[in-house]
Design a protein around this ligand. Structure first.
Ligand code: SF4
Length: 252
């Protein structure tokens, strides 16, 4: 039995037209993240609660989020949407780490699936295994951001080890979800050719067949969520091609 009155702290709700133009995509930015990436572009999203923040330009405080119930979010996601078109549109959950608010996410995704709405989730994978397994059947498209292949280096740059993340990624590959692995290439942290080899070995061992590379200076990332910004040493096209070559040779 689903409880409809579960709520979550959400920083923003954005609506976008789908690429096909057949409907509206809703993107929810949930607050809260257990990682501490030292290049985090949105550190304010780490805190899971609504906070008062000072705006120096407007010289006043504002609230950096709002509490929404599942029902409120459903109404936002489905407005102006003909039932016949629902499967052509969808909802994307991101953060922060969206799955931190797992009870809300479970309730929301369950309702969306009942209504035939396409669901996508961006995650770091740093979620307790049981919670992650429970959510997987409700996610059509899982976008998995992997930060580093080496355990200690992962802890150094994000504050947590990657064991849980690797296990969740491995489990997601045998689920019905479409799994997309993304690597953010951060200058000096994971962008060397040996890093490409390290990532490729890890992902090959798990069974990942395809990855998307996002250099920190790449403007083609539609979301820029979880990506580094303002890099001091951006990738050149030649460097990126070398990274891709090293990677693709190993992932085959
Ligand atoms: S970059 Fe993403 S995963 Fe890392 S601390 Fe920021 S919100 Fe969390």
């Amino acid at each position: 039995m689903i409880t409809r009155n579960v709520s979550a702290c959400i920083r923003d709700v954005q609506k976008q037209s789908t690429e096909s133009g057949s409907g509206t995509q809703t993107i929810l930015y949930l607050k809260g993240c257990p990682l501490y990436c030292n290049w985090c572009p949105n550190p304010e999203l780490r805190n899971p609660e609504v906070r008062l923040v000072w705006d120096p330009i407007k010289a006043k405080h504002y609230e950096d989020g709002r509490i929404y119930s599942v029902q409120e979010v459903l109404e936002l996601c489905l407005d102006n949407l003909d039932p016949a078109e629902r499967t052509a549109s969808g909802v994307t959950l991101t953060g922060g780490e969206a799955l931190t608010q797992h009870t809300f996410v479970y309730e929301l995704l369950s309702r969306l699936k009942e209504l035939g709405v396409h669901t996508a989730v961006e995650t770091t994978g740093y979620v307790p295994e049981g919670q992650f397994a429970k959510l997987l059947p409700l996610i059509d498209h899982l976008i998995f951001y992997v930060k580093h292949y080496e355990r200690e280096a992962h802890r150094k740059i994000t504050g947590v080890y990657n064991d849980l993340i690797i296990e969740n990624l491995r489990n997601s590959l045998s689920s019905p979800s479409e799994v997309e692995v993304r690597l953010n290439l951060i200058p000096g942290l994971n962008d060397r050719p040996e890093d490409a080899e390290g990532f490729a070995r890890l992902l090959q061992r798990i069974g990942v067949k395809q990855v998307q590379l996002f250099p920190s200076n790449n403007q083609t990332d539609p979301s820029n969520r979880h990506n580094a910004q303002g890099s001091a040493s951006p990738f050149t096209e030649v460097e990126l091609a070398a990274y891709q070559d090293a990677f693709q040779n190993l992932i085959r």
